[in-house]
Ligand binder design. Structure first.
Ligand SMILES: Nc1ncnc2c1ncn2[C@@H]1O[C@H](COP(=O)(O)OP(=O)(O)O)[C@@H](O)[C@H]1O
Ligand SMILES: [Mg+2]
Length: 429
């Protein structure tokens, strides 16, 4: 277990987006006690076992010692089962939920200490919110619904209309402004909710399970839309979900919660590769690893790497010693020149070649470190060298052996089946 106070919850595991930059949002040892007076809560939190003390006093510890750090422009996902404290944490960011203890800093300003007037200002100017049920007004047009956030902020009529239209266009509803909500499908109504937040254009967006009520295909569309918007806006976003696949797809960082505590906070791929405990492992078991893990996550050093001016007979001997059929050849600048096979080396040796340049072929595929397993696993086992990972400057970074792909996917039952099918296709092709 690593969920003790100040271990995985520490800000050290939650790097800011860019080094040295002040986080956009920072939570420091946030706790939330429900159902007790401030004094009772404070006493319970000060005890050795706050959760037990709170419950003995008749309250409930909704969030316990939660710390995190969110960089500017980051998509920060809070994930966990129902009741794990996700909404509790999210709503502390704009103090819809008053923290019982701890600090919440927005651009360095501790909003747990600001005046009511300042809080209103922050909520109005800096933070937008999107909920699971967008609660559109049924008797107002789509445009008026999208403009609602602007209206409550006192924006004039003409500007409201323009900004609402622009936001609707961004979510693919540019021609639906005059419709009424009931004329739209469920997915489209959620787009109106998103447009409402976008129209205000806040630097921070809080989203509480916004897509959880949608069916899977529409949900995926909405995730794609959010990713598109995020690529353009780079808006600091806190996104709550109970779905790990969704978390992996959209999150730059994922904070996994359990019983009010942070269990792990890391980029999605790291969580899949190194789950902090059994709770996270169970979540991860359902994830489609092929879509989450990248070549970089599975990278191994290449075993046989020759230099272009090695001798063919010597290279052939080393190939034999390693029971390999092929190897990589790199140039003086470390760039990958290609591969050599045993047959090509034999030919070069028989010709009396003094180096490997005449034996090198380009008959293999390379992938970038950021490629997902699902995009290259069908190539595994189809060439004399393993899946070959090359950086943007053409240098050999390492390999992903087929066995590594299989063992990685085999711990995820769903992905395994898919992997087997795709590898079969690849091998029989
Ligand atoms: N206003 C409240 N009063 C009492 N208990 C609450 C309140 N809000 C949430 N809780 C409790 O706190 C825990 C965490 O709730 P919540 O943050 O809503 O979880 P999640 O969003 O992960 O489903 C739950 O057990 C819930 O019952
Ligand atoms: Mg919730």
């Amino acid at each position: 277990m690593t969920a003790g106070p100040g271990t995985t919850t520490a800000t050290t595991t939650a790097p800011t987006g860019r080094s040295g930059e002040q986080p956009a949002i920072e939570g420091r040892s946030l706790s939330k006690v429900y159902g007790l007076s401030d004094r009772q809560a404070a006493r319970a939190l000060a005890s050795d076992d706050p959760a037990a003390a709170v419950s003995a006093a008749g309250g409930y510890l909704g969030a316990s010692d939660v710390s995190f750090s969110i960089g500017k422009g980051e998509m920060f996902v809070v994930m966990g089962l129902s009741g794990s404290g996700k909404s509790t944490v999210l709503r502390m960011v704009n103090r819809l939920n008053e923290p019982t203890a701890g600090e919440l800093l927005i651009d360095g300003e501790d909003i747990t200490r600001v005046s009511d007037a300042r809080l209103r200002e922050i909520r109005n100017n800096d933070i937008g919110m999107v909920f699971q049920h967008f609660s559109l007004f049924p008797h107002r047009t789509v445009r008026d619904n999208a403009a609602y956030g602007l209206k409550v902020r006192g924006v004039g009529r003409a500007e409201r209309r323009d900004r609402a239209e622009a936001a609707l266009a961004r979510v693919g509803l540019g021609d639906r402004g005059d419709k009424m909500p009931h004329e739209l499908s469920g997915g489209m109504r959620q787009r109106v909710g998103l447009a409402r937040a976008l129209a205000v254009d806040p630097p921070i967006l809080l989203m509480d399970e916004p897509f959880s009520a949608l069916d899977p295909l529409i949900r995926r569309d909405m995730q794609d839309l959010l990713l598109e918007l995020q690529a353009e806006d780079r808006r600091t976003t806190v996104f709550v979900t109970h779905d790990l696949n969704e978390a992996m797809r959209i999150g730059d960082q994922v904070m996994v919660m359990r019983q009010g505590r942070v269990v792990q906070c890391a980029p999605g791929a790291e969580i899949v590769a190194h789950p902090a405990d059994d709770y996270v492992s169970e979540f991860v078991a359902d994830v489609d690893r092929a879509r989450v893990l990248t070549a970089y996550d599975l990278l191994r050093p290449a075993k046989l790497v020759f230099s272009a001016d090695d001798r063919p007979d010597e290279a052939l001997r080393r190939l034999g010693d390693n029971e390999a059929q092929g190897a990589f050849v790199v140039g003086a600048d470390e760039r990958l020149l290609g591969v050599v096979t045993d047959a090509a080396l034999l030919g070069a040796a028989n010709r009396g070649d003094q180096d490997l340049t005449g034996a090198v072929t380009q008959d293999f595929h390379t992938v970038e470190p950021t490629a997902h397993i699902g995009d290259f696993m069908h190539r595994a086992g189809r060439q004399v060298v393993p899946v070959t990972v090359v950086d943007e400057r053409g240098r050999l970074r390492g390999v992903v052996p087929r066995a590594t792909i299989l063992s990685t996917l085999s711990t995820a039952p769903l992905a395994e089946r898919e992997a087997d099918e795709r590898l079969e296709v690849a091998v029989s092709a």
